[in-house]
Design a protein around this ligand. Structure first.
Ligand code: HEM
Length: 289
């Protein structure tokens, strides 16, 4: 333990800057891109431009989001490598973040003009963020569908049915909005809100860490910019959660099938066990894992 402490002490300058840097690139940059893409469930019809003619807002959102997900999965080169860099950065930033949060003291020396509540919330949002990011990645990336209500694997994540499976996982069922779904949606809402605060407030402190904002006036000016970025990102984050929680998964599934048919994608229909044939309009009996 003493050795660990001395390692951290000996490399304090470098580690602090690496912690700060990873919070901005790649984690912060990813957060901006991720929330912008997810919020397209509300504004996707506009993003489709001429392709969206004749579509309603819901169909436009589902179609645009599916297009984005497909692009990410098929067009981005070295996707696994990019994901690895992101995961390692999150693990590094979180582990060191916990160390810094536990050592939290003397903040008035480090950031003389920062309010104490923001300092405390920065730490709390970090802890909550670990829990939220873990649940989010485990269920929607690693496919741990036993953690998604109703906890029987009936709400699997599928890239080919990105909107419908995400909506069902936020609502706790393919058909109605359940109490469990409400809890998951609330968890997402709080998680996204805290992480956006964490990033925006972190950008403000990062400028102090790097010696960019030294005077009180400079810190105030940068504070306005960070507040503006945070507000925009908050709108994107809230739109994502509300947009998917309000989306009817079965309606979304219909638009996704239409999208695949139109693009000639060879995709097996997603048949949900336990739902009536009317609710499972696909003809094939293949169940997407
Ligand atoms: C989306 C995820 C995250 C983003 C975008 C992010 C971003 C940032 C940024 C930009 C900073 C400012 C660094 C500085 O002041 O120089 C920061 C600070 C911090 N982060 Fe994160 N972070 C994320 C997740 C986490 C997690 C999961 C933890 C876990 C505890 C954490 C703990 C901390 C702590 C404790 C600080 C303050 C360090 C200090 O000033 O002493 N962060 N974060």
């Amino acid at each position: 333990m003493a050795e660990t402490a001395s390692f951290l002490d000996r490399h304090h300058f470098l580690l602090r800057r690496l912690h700060s840097l990873t919070g901005i690139v790649p984690i912060g940059v990813f957060l901006v891109a991720h929330l912008t893409t997810n919020s397209s469930i509300l504004w996707g019809k506009v993003g489709l431009r001429a392709d969206g003619h004749g579509m309603g807002l819901t169909e436009g959102g589902v179609t645009y989001f599916q297009k984005e997900v497909e692009w990410i999965n098929t067009q981005i080169p070295h996707l696994l490598l990019i994901e690895l860099v992101l995961w390692i950065s999150i693990a590094f930033h979180s582990a060191l973040g916990v160390v810094y949060a536990r050592q939290a003291k003397n903040n008035l020396n480090r950031y003389p003009h920062q309010d104490n509540w923001r300092y405390a919330l920065q730490r709390f949002s970090g802890y909550f963020g670990i829990l939220f990011i873990f649940y989010h990645v485990a269920t929607l990336r690693w496919g741990w569908s036993f953690l998604v209500p109703p906890f029987d694997g009936s709400v699997p994540w599928s890239h080919n049915f990105a909107s419908s499976t995400l909506a069902a996982s936020l609502r706790g069922s393919w058909e109605e909005f359940t109490i469990w779904g409400l809890l998951v949606s609330l968890f997402y809402f709080v998680g996204v809100t805290l992480l956006v605060f964490h990033f925006a407030n972190g950008l403000w402190t990062a400028a102090i860490t790097w010696g960019i904002t030294v005077s009180t006036a400079a810190q105030k000016r940068w504070g306005v910019a960070c507040f503006g970025l945070g507000a925009g990102l908050m709108i994107a984050g809230w739109s994502s959660v509300v947009g998917f929680a309000m989306l009817n998964p079965l309606e979304a599934k219909k638009y996704e099938m239409k999208f695949h048919e139109k693009h000639g994608n060879d995709v097996a229909p997603l048949v949900i066990p336990g739902l009536s044939p009317a609710a499972n309009p696909a003809t094939s009996a293949v169940t997407v894992p």
